[in-house]
Design a protein around this ligand. Structure first.
Ligand code: FES
Length: 81
């Protein structure tokens, strides 16, 4: 079972947190990288993000965002199909 879903992942993050987020869509621990990009030879690399301030972020859960790894609202169009 993957962690992907047709809505964003809401996360409370703190200054200094480091996230390694999947960019290939193959991780079974979506939205976090599980190394599948390497095992599957995708040629992609995960997003390495360091949080600069305490805040709430919305990470794309549907792998369709044009602002990946952040949500751009595109999941709403998927539900309408
Ligand atoms: S598993 Fe997708 S980028 Fe690592």
């Amino acid at each position: 079972m993957s962690g992907w879903q047709n809505k964003p992942f809401k996360m409370e993050v703190k200054e200094g947190d480091r996230l390694v987020l999947c960019s290939c869509g193959l991780s079974k621990k979506g939205p976090f990288c599980d190394g599948a990009h390497s095992r599957e030879g995708t040629g992609k690399q995960p997003y390495f993000i360091t949080i600069e301030e305490d805040k709430t972020i919305f990470i794309c859960g549907c792998c369709q965002s044009s602002k990946a790894p952040f949500c751009d609202g595109g999941h709403k169009l998927l539900k309408e199909k």
